[in-house]
Design a protein around this ligand. Structure first.
Ligand code: SAM
Length: 336
């Protein structure tokens, strides 16, 4: 049976009970985010803890930790045994900074989102980002964000690379490639391929660090650029554009697609990965629709788009033979 995304299980709000459940969704997030604030999963590590010892160790009240742990156990993030608690497999790995599977950079990003989302009413009123938007020029923020992207996609990238046929291609540019996670997965699959990550300098620092530890990392180059302000230099067989178009508005994306077209070798192709809206009304998947809110909170012009809309932009930019690559997760758009 096809694995269903947890987002598909969110019901539409049709009854008052649905409304209560939807509005109280934040309680679920807040419990998890508070556990992350206390670094509870790392403290618990591989051991089983009494409430008293755990409260003392994280410098919190026994009453607070008792209620918090019970709730984390009911969410499946901790296991409880006779009033003692230990980590669930997820808590012991992705949420535990002492484990190599730790996704700390991405968890920090989710923690920051709480404040941004609390300012949503202001952003809806003004149509502008909370807190003047993401500080894109602050190098430290950019590096942390790029690590977060790596922690988000390092498991899914090889699965996606499996569905992209790059036979016969020798050069690939990843525009806004960030940590290079997807390109490295494609290089691992195609030994004759050489990859280039095009991004801001701070993002490229992270890409270099990721590549140093990857078996295919030697086949990666780095192109510092601001693709909105300048043309894309070089020419490539394939250009990958992953999770970039949602940051910008339609006109900016059409201009970017034209620059990409100009940087492709004859017969070269673009492959676009993003959060696409797939139904006729442009309402689903719900995750994609909600992601447009994140773009309202963090960008000046970003949004999420239907695949049909993006195909129209691709046609305007000169791409033909547009295809959709079906995959287990999000489909991809391809054009020549
Ligand atoms: C959401 S991240 C996606 C990273 C990666 N492609 C992925 O799918 O994991 C967007 C990336 O685009 C880069 N970016 C956005 N606007 C840019 C611009 N004008 N010039 C260069 N890079 C840009 C950001 O620095 C960031 O690394």
């Amino acid at each position: 049976m096809k694995k269903q995304s947890p987002w598909m299980e969110i019901p539409e709000v049709r009854t008052f009970e649905h409304l209560r459940a939807a509005v109280n969704g934040y309680t679920y997030s807040r419990v998890i985010l508070t556990a992350l604030d206390l670094d509870l999963f790392s403290v618990i590590g591989e051991k089983t803890w009494t409430i008293r010892r755990l409260a003392r160790t994280v410098d919190a009240s026994e009453r607070g930790i008792d209620i918090l742990c019970r709730n984390l156990a009911s969410l499946g993030l901790l296991d409880s045994q006779n009033g003692r608690y230990k980590n669930s497999p997820l808590g012991a790995t992705a949420l535990n900074r002492k484990n190599p599977e730790y996704r700390g950079a991405y968890l920090s990003l989710l923690q920051q989102h709480w404040d941004a989302w609390s300012g949503l009413t202001n952003s809806v009123r003004s149509g502008t980002p909370h807190d003047d938007g993401e500080p894109i020029h602050q190098e430290e923020y950019r590096r942390a964000f790029t690590w977060a992207m790596h922690h988000r996609s390092r498991d899914i990238a090889p699965r996606i690379a499996k569905h992209i046929d790059l036979r016969g291609s020798t050069t690939l540019l990843d525009v806004g490639g960030g940590p290079g996670t997807y390109t490295l997965a494609m290089l691992a699959r195609w030994p004759k391929l050489h990859g280039t990550i095009g991004d801001r300098p701070a993002a490229l620092q992270v890409a270099r660090a990721v590549a140093r530890k990857h078996p295919a990392g030697k086949r990666l180059s780095y192109l510092p650029l601001d693709f909105m302000a300048e043309d894309i230099s070089g020419s490539y067989d394939v250009i990958f554009l992953s999770n970039v178009i949602h940051i910008y508005g339609p006109d900016e994306n059409i201009e970017l697609l034209k620059k990409i077209k100009a940087a492709l070798n004859p017969g070269g192709r673009i492959i676009i990965q993003d959060f696409f809206l797939w139904d006729k009304k442009g309402l689903r998947p719900i995750e994609t629709n909600l992601f447009a809110i994140t773009m309202l909170l963090y960008t000046d012009t970003g949004n999420t788009y239907t695949a049909q809309e993006v195909k129209k932009w691709m046609t305007k930019a000169g791409f033909r033979a547009l295809t959709i690559i079906q995959m287990p997760d999000e489909p991809l758009l391809e054009g020549r």
